[in-house]
Design a protein around this ligand. Structure first.
Ligand SMILES: NC(=O)c1ccc[n+]([C@@H]2O[C@H](COP(=O)([O-])OP(=O)(O)OC[C@H]3O[C@@H](n4cnc5c(N)ncnc54)[C@H](OP(=O)(O)O)[C@@H]3O)[C@@H](O)[C@H]2O)c1
Length: 307
């Protein structure tokens, strides 16, 4: 019998998105994952050793240096991991005729547009992280126009704590919380995202999608609104939250932020819907599923860390 399964590589398989993608794609395809220890994106030699002799049809690049404030003071390292390494991966993949999906970020945008950004908007990053990811996008698309860039934002999900675990953890020990009320974005649930990514890579008989696509849950919100809904949902789930209304503050007033954040980096997903017919559900539905229903929300991970 003919084996229709694709040979798939996930680079960054130890991360939040990469670990869920590895599990999900493994149900239908032959998947090999490389975590940070197995493949260092900052080392061309490591990339060559891991992928040079490997036979694969497509590769998902979810690994990255994602610590936005660390990147601001480690520019060379950020560009090596987020741009030069991905370029090398695209080079190797092009040589094998393999398709690459590079996961990028809303932070390629400067944040001054009043409406959600569309794929044809010109990127204008205001942080080293955003600039390094934009350079990664360019490198990956330069090696093959058939490759795909999936821009995502405010990612959370099972496997590694993100903003929801952080704010709910804080809300269990502090009554008075503040969050930026002027920064607007779209949260993205990894368990939704992996299905959208698979639809782009495998859903069409004409082959994998190419170019740039924005992928996030629908309806933009402020950071304060996101945090408020996280703690209200946690309370509904029986988590002993003591915080009430979160007060809004300007994003520029947060002392922990070294890098600038775009004020509005909400993204439109109309292009994705036009191609696949899939309309991403609202972020509040996904968040409720994560905290209450899916069983993947880890209460033991409610420990403060910088989001
Ligand atoms: N998280 C967000 O809110 C967000 C927003 C927009 C875009 N994105 C993009 O979405 C993708 C997935 O993010 P995520 O939420 O899954 O983040 P994550 O959990 O931090 O995953 C990133 C992975 O990359 C690995 N990594 C770091 N440096 C590496 C290196 N030099 N070589 C190989 N691997 C390395 C990390 O390993 P270690 O932890 O072991 O170092 C981690 O497993 C990234 O491309 C990110 O840029 C994320």
């Amino acid at each position: 019998m003919k084996d229709d399964r694709k040979k798939v590589v996930v680079v960054g398989s130890g991360g939040r998105l990469g670990s869920s993608l590895l599990k999900f794609l493994g149900r239908a395809h032959q998947v090999i994952g490389f975590d940070h220890k197995q493949l260092d994106l900052g080392s061309i030699r490591s990339i060559d050793e891991a992928l040079g002799e490997l036979d694969f049809d497509c590769l998902f690049l979810t690994g990255a240096l994602t610590a936005v404030d660390y990147c601001e003071t480690h520019e060379q390292e950020a560009f090596a991991i987020n741009a030069t390494g991905p370029g090398r991966i695209a080079d190797i993949s092009a040589g094998k005729g393999a398709h690459v999906t590079y996961v990028s970020t809303d932070m390629v945008f400067g944040g001054s547009k009043p409406d959600p950004y569309v794929e044809s908007d010109k990127p204008d990053p205001i942080s080293v992280y955003g600039a390094s990811k934009l350079a990664g996008e360019t490198a990956v698309l330069e090696y093959s126009q058939a490759n795909l860039v999936a821009r995502v934002s405010w990612v959370y999900g099972p496997g590694r704590p993100a903003f929801p675990e952080w704010i709910i953890g804080k809300a269990c020990s502090e009554a008075n919380l503040t969050l930026p009320g002027d920064k607007v974005c779209c949260p993205t649930y990894t368990l939704d995202l992996i299905e959208w990514m698979a639809a782009l890579a495998f859903g069409s008989p004409g082959g994998p999608a190419s170019g740039i696509y924005h992928l996030c849950n629908s309806r933009p919100c402020t950071w304060r609104e996101w945090g408020q809904f996280c703690i209200d949902t946690a309370r509904d789930a029986g988590i002993p939250v003591i915080a009430g209304e979160i007060a809004g503050v300007p994003v520029d007033s947060v002392p922990a932020f070294v890098a600038k954040r775009p004020l509005n980096s909400a993204m439109s997903t109309e292009k994705f819907t036009g191609l696949t017919g899939i309309r991403p559900r609202e972020w509040k539905q996904s968040l409720r599923d994560f905290v209450i229903q899916d069983g993947s929300f880890a209460r033991y991970q409610l420990t403060p860390h910088v989001p």
